[in-house]
Ligand binder design. Structure first.
Ligand code: NAD
Length: 330
């Protein structure tokens, strides 16, 4: 198939070219994101391959339909950026990579926890400056702490197992309970109980109308003083302005985020020579107890290989009229 890739980086080209054995598909890599303005680039292609911050709304879908696109292949798990109803109405199929390496994101959440807690990022910089002082680098033991997990799907499950390995008490909230996790010692509770009881909260549910801003001022007010909040799922799960208030008044002791509601204008770009115009992220960056990574939870060698392989298989299945096992239905 002739496939137009959007928001591509060097690693996308590298892995997709490597796994596109015998050049089964004709891949064209555009660096620009897909949106209403760039949708014109899809002329002459049959499918598009998009990532987390491409905007595939009704208007974009109208344009790509006119240009002959019949498949949207997401090279990610989340699909909140696609108007599924509009795609369905325009007979455009949507496929994704539901599971590539849940451990990659779960381990990144654990990395954020350990870095924020044990301040390894600060210790690293101090030692490089010849400063071997450990003043103000006190952490806390993870052992016996209560970790609340919101969303226990593939990533949440992998995360629960890591935290159980640290000897934490793991509480979970999900609309579907996992008997496997219960057997391992995870205790399902109401969302309020999780908010009340957790020393560390980690978000692993998808972004939906029900979960948008699930962490807002009201939710934060129910948390323990000094709580650590980790978000590797989608930025809009947290109302960032409320989190800033929580950080200013000390209610939130630590915040680790790999995602941010307005990340589309910032992430995956080198803005080191630019003035950041987003005052919310600028304020977040200024806190000593906030750690931000630019959506790299998925970014391990194993995960990127899986993403390329599964996406290419999704394209081949569509081309050959085979069952689309990874279809996202509206
Ligand atoms: P999944 O579908 O396997 O699991 C999601 C879980 O959330 C399910 O168990 C579901 O029942 C639960 N859920 C749905 N609605 C809920 C609600 N209202 N309240 C509580 N729980 C609810 O998905 P996954 O593979 O574990 O991925 C989770 C999310 O992680 C994705 O939606 C995506 O946004 C994010 N993600 C981030 C990265 C990254 O690089 N940072 C990479 C992949 C995925």
């Amino acid at each position: 198939m002739k496939v137009a890739f959007f928001s591509t980086k060097s690693y996308d080209k590298e892995y997709f070219t490597k796994f596109n054995t015998d050049n089964v598909h004709e891949l064209t890599f555009f660096e620009v994101p897909l949106n209403e303005q760039t949708a014109v680039l899809t002329i002459g292609f049959e499918a598009i391959c998009v990532f987390v911050n491409d905007i595939i709304n009704r208007e974009t879908i109208k344009i790509i339909k006119q240009n002959g696109i019949s498949l949207i292949a997401l090279r990610c798990a989340g699909f909140n950026n696609v108007d599924l109803k509009a795609a369905h109405e325009n007979q455009i199929k949507v496929v994704r990579v539901p599971a590539y390496s849940p451990e990659s994101v779960a381990e990144h959440a654990a990395a954020l926890i350990l870095t924020l807690n044990r301040k390894t990022h600060k210790a690293y910089n101090r030692v490089r400056e010849g400063n071997f002082s450990i003043e103000n680098l006190t952490g806390f033991n993870l052992f016996a702490k209560t970790v609340g997990v919101i969303g226990t799907g593939l990533i949440g499950k992998a995360f629960c197992k890591i935290m159980l390995g640290f000897g934490c008490k793991v509480l979970a909230y999900d609309i579907k309970e996992s008997s496997d996790l219960v057997a391992k010692g995870v205790v399902y509770k109401s969302l309020d109980d999780i908010l009340n009881e957790s020393d560390i909260l980690s978000l692993h549910c998808p972004l939906t109308p029900e979960t948008a801003h699930v962490i807002d001022a009201n939710a934060i007010s129910k948390m323990k003083d000094g709580v650590m909040i980790i978000n590797t799922s989608r930025g809009a799960l947290i109302q960032a302005k409320d989190a800033i208030e929580g950080l200013k008044n000390g209610k939130i002791g630590y915040l680790g985020i790999d995602v941010y509601e307005q990340e589309a204008d910032l992430f995956f770009q080198d803005l080191s020579e630019s003035v950041i115009l987003d005052d919310v992220i600028a304020r977040l960056i200024s806190f000593p107890n906030v750690l931000i990574t630019g959506h790299l939870g998925f970014f391990t060698k194993e995960a990127v290989e899986e993403i390329a392989t599964i996406t290419l298989n999704n394209l081949t299945s569509f081309e050959n009229n085979r069952e689309l096992v990874n279809e996202v239905k509206s």
